[in-house]
Design a binder for this molecule. Sequence first.
Ligand SMILES: [Ca+2]
Length: 449
Amino acid sequence: MPETPGGIRIQVGTRAKLRENGSLFFFQESFIQSLNDPKHKAIYNFEAQFPCYKEVLYKANQSSNMFSRSVILDMDMSPGDIITLFYLLKLPRHTLDLKAITISATGWSNAATIDLIYDVLHMMGRDDIPVGLGEFFALGQPYLPSGTTGDCKYRQWIPSGEGGFIDSDTLFGLARDLPRSPRRYTAENSIKFGAPRNTNHPERRQQKAQEVIEKVLHQNNKRKVFFLTGGPLTNMATFLASNTSLKSQIKEIFIAGGVVNGSEKASAMGNVHTLPQNKLAEFNFFLDPQAAQNTFKSDVKIFLVPLNALYNEKLTISLLDALNATRRTPEAKFVHRLLLTVHELEEKRSQYSHTAKLMEEVVAAVALAETSNLKNNKRRAQLVVEATGDVHTDGWTRIVDKGGKNVQYVSNLNPQTLALSIARALNSAANSAVLASFTDQMASWTSSC
Ligand SMILES: [Ca+2]
């Protein structure tokens, strides 16, 4: 083959000869030996790099009281969820007390991106909030040990890049600007928690979503708890399917998801843009339609914030306008950069045209925090969610005359009013960041000892 100018010649191995017993063990052993070889080991880690490196865990500086609303946030890690998390952390704890976060790992980012949540909590001085990781597959789409990686029938429609995986996993390139939390995701597990063998660090383990929910409900002394969901409903449906009496402690679930159409001739569309044949599903319901259907069949009270509760893109622009005018806190500045990044990508690249519309979680959070201000926007209907296994219709939400779930939902919300509420919370001096950025954290590791 002729050499291309500027290229280099390399040799590529295409076939490896196995040892006589046909085992691949030799290759694995040699690979692991190389990784463990002290020669050429990595020079940089935080302890070696920074003379004053220390791991600090921060706790809330405001206390809650018996009148505050206890909330568990179930989220994936799309930009809308991250903004929601900042917003909730900013509210006074005597009105809203975020008790725990559970991660919907069937949603818009990969499970290990849970580190992003640890980092946001660290920035905001809330390392005391427990974080639990949910199941990796939608209900009825199990991991089969004999197969490869489970059935990704729904999840495969999330794009890689273009606002989907990679973009949300890196928070559009901004994840590394967050201060780094000592809490990290670990795949390690011990015999105590069901693994076949112990690791070198049996004490290290990522807590599971269901454990965190149960623990928080136990600790809440029979007081009722609100759930707010910003991703697929896998964790919610799993908890509702369990036998625990703790379920009676659920006051109401605020759900960001679905599209509510008033008639068979649907006018509002869904947002599963990668599968145009499915015109009416909203991504959160589409990604685990069985979980959405099961949640709607349960006894719990549901407050729905559908995709078409307002024109989401206008909310992004209104929030950007509000933050362009004023951004006083590190968290307001961070959210502004995130929105600006997403908005610019949307303007310049057609593949990102859907991205700025993904703000429904934030709307659901404001609906939870300011329910009394929404009285003119509340509607009630009986709703059912489609979950037949046909990806062209799964995730549809329909209004029915009878037999559906009696649900309260919102419509015709004013994006500017919502944007001002969010911007006001982000700019508040209360509950502000304890560490503004990774740069500030590095400075403290360099000169505070
Ligand atoms: Ca989400």
